[in-house]
Design a protein around this ligand. Structure first.
Ligand code: API
Length: 284
């Protein structure tokens, strides 16, 4: 099976042309776990299959490292844009990509025939408890108390197609994410689990963020998480609409255009290497 290893701000996935590989859907979670293993496989935060689509230019089928399917992936969709343009699957610099029934629109920024960065219209944030989903009454979930490991936190919840709990903190560098991350991820109040962003607001235009991702653990960046974090900042009156989100693996430019109620994410996409693997090697 041929694959391309790519990353967006260090959030790295294994990209596979779904039109050329026909792995049965029911085997994909196990294949994803094996390929994502950083010792026995290729290594990555998960696997993204790029498929033909009738509803959009391409389909993104995204799996976390644990084999779970996710509705949306911000760093991933930017790399999908780079993949299809650099491989000549499209010559357009404005393309659409569908994931779990939702279409996103991408603008590809190129240099010497290669995509360097991508701007994505990530759509409108979903803010009602039942849309996240989170158990927290009905209506918006802003500054809601949640108890984790006998400590009380305040969360603001946002869905970008996938669930996010955003926690504002004065310091995030020393946070024991390995300990509290899984407790948030699997908290009983999140019927579909959750991604959790720990955010330090630097000023009205800049924030710093660490993230514990559903199905993967701490990653160097999370595109949907950066969008959710900026939405939460604005809902709490902490920043302006255009924010630079500083993540462990790099920075993303996020804007929530409140008039249009659309969130735009702009950031890099990088190809690391191409490869080929024989699924039988790892005993699949
Ligand atoms: N772990 C996420 C999917 C990947 C999101 C992230 N890598 C991004 O760039 O948005 C979830 O299960 O919802």
């Amino acid at each position: 099976m041929k694959f391309t290893k790519m990353h967006g701000c260090g959030n790295d996935y294994i990209y596979v042309d779904g039109s050329k590989e026909n792995i049965p859907k029911n085997r994909k979670p196990e294949v994803v776990r094996q390929l994502s293993d950083r010792h026995f496989g290729i290594g990555g935060d998960g696997v993204i299959f790029i498929n033909p689509s009738k509803e959009a230019d391409f389909e993104m089928e995204m799996y976390n490292m644990d084999g779970s399917r996710a509705e949306m992936c911000g760093n991933g969709i930017r790399c999908v844009g780079k993949y299809v343009y650099d491989k000549g699957l499209t010559d357009k610099t404005q393309i659409s990509v569908i994931s779990c029934g939702k279409i996103k629109y991408l603008t590809l920024f190129t240099e010497n025939e290669k995509v360097l960065a991508v701007k994505v219209n990530m759509g409108s944030p979903l803010l009602k408890a039942e849309e996240i989903p989170v158990v927290a009454g009905s209506g918006e979930v802003i500054g809601e108390r949640i108890e984790v490991d006998d400590k009380e936190y305040q969360m603001t919840c946002v869905s970008m197609g996938n669930p996010h709990a955003v926690i504002f903190m004065d310091e995030i560098a020393q946070l024991p994410l390995e300990k509290i991350g899984p407790l948030f991820e699997n908290h009983v109040r999140f019927p579909k689990r959750t991604n959790t962003e720990f955010v330090k607001v630097l000023d009205r235009e800049n924030i710093q963020m660490r993230v514990w991702e559903r199905g993967t653990g701490e990653t160097l960046a999370c595109g949907t998480g950066a969008c959710a974090a900026v939405a939460a900042c604005i809902l709490n009156g902490l920043t302006q609409e255009q924010v630079t989100v500083k993540l462990l693996g790099g920075s993303l430019q996020i804007q929530w255009d409140r008039k249009e109620n659309l969130i735009y994410m702009t950031g890099p996409a990088v190809t690391v290497f191409e490869g080929e693997t024989d699924l039988t090697i790892s005993g699949l």
